[in-house]
Every structure is written in structure tokens, then in C-alpha cells.
Design a protein around this ligand. Sequence first.
Ligand SMILES: Cc1cc2nc3c(=O)[nH]c(=O)nc-3n(C[C@H](O)[C@H](O)[C@H](O)COP(=O)(O)OP(=O)(O)OC[C@H]3O[C@@H](n4cnc5c(N)ncnc54)[C@H](O)[C@@H]3O)c2cc1C
Length: 225
Amino acid sequence: MPAPQIQNEGIPNRVADPQVLIVGAGPVGLTLALDLGLRGVRCTLIERNMTSIRLPKMERCNARTMEIYRRLGISEQVRNAGLPRNAPMDVFLALSMAGPTLAHLPCPSVAEAKAAIAAHNDGGLLEPYQLISQYTLEPLLRSIVLSLPSVTLRFGCELISITQEADSVTAVVQSEYSSDETIRAAYLVGCDGGSSSVRKQLGIPLEGDGNIRKLRQALFHADDL
Ligand SMILES: Cc1cc2nc3c(=O)[nH]c(=O)nc-3n(C[C@H](O)[C@H](O)[C@H](O)COP(=O)(O)OP(=O)(O)OC[C@H]3O[C@@H](n4cnc5c(N)ncnc54)[C@H](O)[C@@H]3O)c2cc1C
């Protein structure tokens, strides 16, 4: 098993009694930690996995996401780590990689979209989309979050249960340091994905049907592409 990426050099609570405990270091939890950290809010971000995601997911950051990254001052860093600005963004629907095209949706490259935004500076749109896979975005966000002194980032640390009091919340977490450690914070934010245990523990039901179909994903590397 790989060594856990506990980012505060082995000290479980670099920031004692955080103001905010964030559960889940996906794109949402990392972005929240970045936003709060830049404001000097003491927060602890826990992630049950040892590392960031390694499979493709969330390939495209939409315009609103890029506007948020612009406000946080990192939109150019995100673009530099993603697909080059001149890469074509057209979408093709086909039955196979070699099969005939069923539909072709032309979309401007990031460079073209930026030029169009600059030419119509009406404040309607500030940033176009960006292709950057979640497995590239998460490590980038993590490295930026790590530079913020008010944020503690702990991988290999899972939320087990939460108890709400009048002015705080106490979370029981499990990590390699202890099977039942408690973290007390003024606020807890569940950024723990679609099957969020925070949501379930708060009794918030899922509306509609879950698991509506099976999804299979294949990742392959092709030097020629
Ligand atoms: C194949 C695929 C393609 C997609 N493409 C796109 C796309 O192009 N654009 C787009 O916007 N979206 C896309 N999505 C959706 C996108 O991936 C999700 O919306 C996004 O991951 C949600 O981010 P999140 O941070 O809310 O949750 P997640 O990415 O699910 O992160 C939640 C984190 O919480 C952690 N966690 C869960 N429970 C606990 C616990 N008890 N204690 C500690 N940690 C916990 C998990 O390990 C995980 O790291 C795609 C999804 C899939 C599956």
C-alpha cells in the first residue's frame, strides 16, 4: 500500500480546531479550500483516498468554473496544465473510432473563444471553457492549496460520523494515526461526491433514481495520438 499523503508532515492537526472542516478533496473540496484559505479561514480538508484520482473524469471545466478560477487567480495556471489553447474543440459523435461520423458539433478553440470575448467586451462571459482532466486538475489544485498556511490537507483520512451541537460540529474520522479521532469545527462542508455520506447523515434524500445505468470506462495510451 502506498504511503499516505498526509501533507502536514505527520502532524494530524497542524491547524487545531479548524473553523471549517471540508470532507472530500475532489475538485469541489479543493476549490473551496483554496477560496477559504486565500481569505485566511482556518480549514482542514480530509480525503479518504491516499492519492488524487487517476482515471479520466470531468474532462471539461465549463465557463463558470473558469470564471471562478479567474477570481481565485489561477485560471492561467489551469489553462497551462490543460489542453493547448489552439487545440480544436469540435465534438464528434461516432459509432467507433474508425466509424462514420453521426454528428459534428463545431466549437471554437479556447484561443478563438478568448478572441471573441475580447472583441465583444460586454461583460457577458469572461472566460471560455477549458479541457483539463480531473486527474490533472486535482494535483494542481492540491499543490496550490498546500501553499496556504491556514489550510491543513490530509489524505488517507475518512469521515465516519458527525454530531452537530449548537455552535459547532464534531466529526469522527479514521486515519492511520488513529481509528477514532475527533475533529471539532464551527462548520463542516460535505464535498464528498454524489453518494455523500455527509448528505446521508444529515438525512437529505436523493431525489430521483440513482444507478440508472452501468458505466464502463477504458483508459488507453496511444503514442500516435
Ligand atoms: C466519466 C465521467 C466524465 C465526466 N465528465 C465531466 C465533465 O466533462 N465536466 C464536468 O463538469 N463533470 C464531469 N463529470 C462529473 C464530475 O466528475 C463530477 O461532477 C465531479 O467529480 C464532482 O466533484 P466533487 O468534488 O463534487 O466530487 P468527487 O470528484 O466525487 O470527489 C469527492 C471526494 O470525496 C471523497 N470522499 C467521499 N466520501 C468521503 C469520506 N467519508 N471521507 C473522506 N473523503 C470522502 C472521495 O474519495 C472523493 O475524492 C464526469 C464524471 C464521470 C464519471
